[in-house]
Each structure stands twice: as structure tokens, then as C-alpha cells.
Design a protein. Structure first.
Length: 307
């Protein structure tokens, strides 16, 4: 079935409109970045791209002649494990464990370049954060032990938990939107989808989310990261024919992105614009890894997603 511009407009209107709707309480109340409302609204926002996919499907069924079956449509939007299940499951494992390793590599690279001060022995920044949460109270668990627990969780447990919400984004951005843009060519499709993904975060990033020191300038800064990381997630999606490696990779990134704050030095706090996986160093690292993967294992253009 030929694709119409209306399906893209409907997808973007739904994803962006619902994102701003769910973030409206933050703006009306002036909630700070430390408010639980940020977390609640952020998680709700993550499901809006999936709702946009369903809106497009409903629109297509009502306005057009019968198209592909649900099973075929689900395959084309990446809900299955692809044609080679073994490959897809291997990529899921790679995304699960490889993403925290990339986060650790970004920290190490930032430190090696002199852009990040770390305190591996004292964990002073982590201790400072614990003290801010419970002022005047000694931690019930040794901070060193708690740090180890968090690192282990970031590798083994949190990626799976975070993948629940990550599915809401990945089914939309990589499952439906990326194949929809592939007629532009792989590079342009990755660039455009990355920009769209980054700008979609604006209800939070305009408040300084991820880069508090930048204020509203955090919004364009996060677009840079989304283009770089979106290329890696895009490769996982296109090479496997499935969204699940990208879902797990996204969940793993959300689980390990804050590790830089775990090892930072309170005397010289990290500049998140530069250091860590979401900083410029991390974006550069992700761009290099993505380029290597596309050269090492080229992808095939997926079939268009009929509505």
C-alpha cells in the first residue's frame, strides 16, 4: 500500500502532542528537576510514540482499503524477532551488556582527556548525593557497597526493568518511523529520525533535563546525543529486523547513563555537557561505534510499513 504524508503527520502530532500533554503538570507547577513529577511525566511520555503507531494503524484501517494483516504489520514494525532469531537474540545480549560498557568507556575516555575528575576511592560525589537525600543521617548501608550494588544492577537487572518504558519509544522511533524515512537513504533517515527523537524530549529538556547547567539550551544539546545514539539503535533495528535489541539497548542506556555521577569527584563535579555517555565525549564515541557497525555489517532497507 502506498504511504501517504498524512500518516507521518498523524504520527508526529500524536507523539509530540501527547508528550506535551503529559508534561503539562511540570510546566504548570514549575516543578524542579528533583521533583518526582519529572519522573512520572517522563515515563508517561515514553509511551506516546507507541500510541502514535497505534493511531496511524487505526487511521489507515479506517481511511484506506484493507492492507497488510496484523501479523505482517507487526513484523514490519519490528515486533517479531526478525528473520534470523539467533542473530536478534545475540544482538539483544550485546545491547544489554555492551551499553553499560560503552557508558563506562565514555567515563574512562572523559577522564583520560582531562575532562572528568573521578574519585574511585572516596566516591565523594556519590556520598554527597546520599547526604543530600537524607541530611543529618548516616547511611544505613556503606556507600561503597551501595555503589557496587548499583553498578551490578546497571549491568544485570535495570536494563530489563527500564526496557518496559523503552519499548514505548522504540516501537515508535525505530519500529515505525525509521523504516518510514528510509526512502531518504540510510544516512538521512538516521539523521532525521534522530533529530525528531531529540526534539520530542523538549518538554523536559527545555527545563534543563540531563544538562541542568544549560537551562533551555539542554534541548538542542540533547538532539546531538539523540542523533548519535539513534544511529546505534537504528543499526540494531535495521540489522536484526526487530525492535527488541534497540528496546533493550535503550533500557540499558537509561540504567547506566548516570554512572558518571557515581564515580565523580565532589571537589570538581562532572560537566555533563562534556563528560559521560550523554556528553559530547559519549556522543562522539557512539558516533564512531555506529559508523563502524554500519561499515562492518551493512543493513538492508526494510519493507515499507503499510498502515
Amino acid at each position: 500500500m502506498p504511504r501517504r504524508p498524512a500518516d507521518l503527520r498523524l504520527f508526529l502530532l500524536t507523539a509530540y502532542g501527547l508528550a506535551w500533554l503529559f508534561a503539562l503538570p511540570i510546566w504548570l507547577t514549575g516543578a524542579s528537576l528533583a521533583s518526582p513529577l519529572i519522573m512520572v511525566s517522563g515515563v508517561a511520555m515514553m509511551f506516546t510514540p507507541a500510541l502514535a503507531v497505534l493511531a496511524v494503524r487505526l487511521y489507515g484501517r479506517r481511511r484506506a482499503a484493507p492492507g497488510t494483516t496484523w501479523r505482517e504489520w507487526a513484523r514490519r514494525t519490528g515486533l517479531t524477532l526478525g528473520e534470523r532469531r539467533g542473530r536478534t537474540l545475540a544482538l539483544v545480549a550485546m545491547a544489554w551488556f555492551g551499553t553499560p560498557l560503552l557508558a563506562a568507556a565514555a567515563i574512562a575516555l572523559s577522564a583520560a582527556l582531562g575532562l572528568l575528575s573521578v574519585d574511585l576511592e572516596g566516591l565523594s560525589l556519590f556520598r554527597e548525593g546520599l547526604a543530600a537525600v537524607s541530611p543529618g543521617q548516616a547511611p544505613s548501608v556503606d556507600p561503597g557497597t551501595l555503589a557496587v550494588v548499583q553498578i551490578v544492577a546497571a549491568f544485570l537487572i535495570a536494563p530489563l526493568i527500564n526496557s518496559v518504558a523503552a519499548f514505548g519509544e522504540e516501537w515508535g522511533w525505530r519500529g515505525w518511523l525509521l523504516p518510514r524515512l528510509m526512502p531518504l537513504g540510510t544516512r538521512r533517515a538516521l539523521l532525521v529520525s534522530g533529530v525528531i527523537w531529540g526534539l520530542w524530549h523538549a518538554p523536559l529538556t527545555l527545563r534543563g533535563y540531563n544538562y541542568p547547567e544549560l537551562g533551555a539550551w539542554a534541548a538542542p544539546m540533547f538532539v546531538v546525543f539523540c542523533v548519535a545514539y539513534g544511529a546505534l539503535l537504528g543499526w540494531l533495528r535495521l540489522y536484526s529486523g526487530s525492535i527488541w535489541p534497540a528496546v533493550v539497548g535503550h533500557g540499558a542506556l537509561n540504567a547506566s547513563g548516570g554512572l558518571v555521577l557515581l564515580v565523580g569527584d565532589a571537589a570538581d563535579p562532572p560537566n555533563l555537557v562534556v563528560a559521560g555517555i550523554t556528553g559530547l565525549v559519549g556522543s562522539a564515541l557512539l558516533a564512531v561505534v555506529s559508523a563502524a557497525l554500519f561499515k562492518w555489517r551493512p543493513v538492508e532497507r526494510p519493507a515499507p510499513v503499510a498502515v
